[in-house]
Design a protein around this ligand. Structure first.
Ligand code: ZN
Length: 294
């Protein structure tokens, strides 16, 4: 790659760390199709992973605290998934997404069946430790913070909840079958339903999907990821915003939003999604109703 192109890419990224990145990492990062992860060839060694955590911090959206946290989830494939905290104005503080959640959700949205290690720039808070218990074999998950490694069992010696059996954790559970009630009126509807069907909703049994479309025609899907303790659960809208934020399209304007939910859902976050999106863009959230196939 020509040096002048690298220099131009670095200056145009809006990421302070870009000047310090190796050319091969930068080349991946500046591709329009970048979706927030690096292939295993870039992150086999510890120094490369440490550098990617510093990069992940740059993706943080922190209008309230100004406190950037970066995370990196190493998937079973060996690929490294970025994670960064997100805060939202105009809604309660607990609407925020933590970097550890962001990285694990990023790995999940890319189809990773397991996370084999988690790197974080700060020690995980109690909320994140609780969220991570949704992974199968969570207690053995190595968590590395500034060169010190512990597993989740050490950080969470008296866990709340029960272990997720193999095939029933956040990353490895099977899709649920949902069908829509109203006639299909476009691809966006089907995308939202597809996203919902891959939800992790073992506690409410109320899957939901969310699709963000950008003005340049890109789509970002989100789905709900629940926690046994309820509060650390991540709604579909937040998952979709996370995937957009970690991608090369994070600064592109949003043109439409679609949410799919069960008509009979005990819990649903349409009002929350609308409040959240109102603070981000002036685009209404279209709601699609589904019914369970069972
Ligand atoms: Zn946290």
């Amino acid at each position: 790659m020509a040096q002048d192109w690298i220099d131009a890419a670095r200056s145009g990224m809006g990421l302070k760390i870009a000047r310090k990145l190796d050319a091969d990492i930068l080349e991946t990062l500046v591709r329009p199709q970048f979706t927030g992860y690096f292939e295993h060839k870039f992150c086999r060694e510890e120094p490369a992973r440490e550098k990617l955590i510093t990069l992940a911090r740059e993706f943080a959206v922190v209008p309230i605290s100004g406190f950037q946290v970066g995370a990196l989830a190493i998937g079973k494939s060996g690929n490294a998934y970025l994670g960064a905290n997100m805060e939202f104005t105009g809604v309660p503080l607990h609407a925020g997404l933590h970097a550890e959640q962001s990285a694990v959700i990023n790995a999940w949205m890319h189809g990773e069946p397991a996370v084999e290690a988690l790197y974080v720039s700060e020690i995980p808070c109690g909320h994140c430790r609780q969220f991570l218990l949704e992974l199968h074999a969570a207690e053995e998950l190595p968590i590395r913070v500034r060169g010190v490694q512990k597993n989740l069992a050490e950080l969470m010696p008296e866990p709340f909840g029960r272990r997720r059996a193999k095939g029933q954790g956040l990353l490895d559970s099977s899709p649920s079958e949902v069908v829509k009630i109203h006639p299909d009126d476009g691809n966006q509807t089907q995308r939202a339903i597809n996203a919902a069907s891959r939800s992790y909703a073992p506690y409410s049994k109320s899957p939901e999907g969310f699709i963000i479309e950008t003005i340049n025609g890109q789509h970002f899907a989100g789905r709900i990821a629940e926690s046994f303790a309820f509060n650390p659960s991540v709604p579909a809208v937040t998952t979709a915003l996370n995937q957009m934020n970690l991608s090369a399209q994070r600064k592109v304007s949003i043109s439409s939003c679609t949410q799919a939910r069960l008509a009979t859902a005990l819990t649903q976050s349409t009002a929350f999604s609308e409040a959240l999106m109102r603070g981000i863009c002036n685009v209404p959230v279209k709601s699609v109703l589904m019914e369970s196939a069972h």
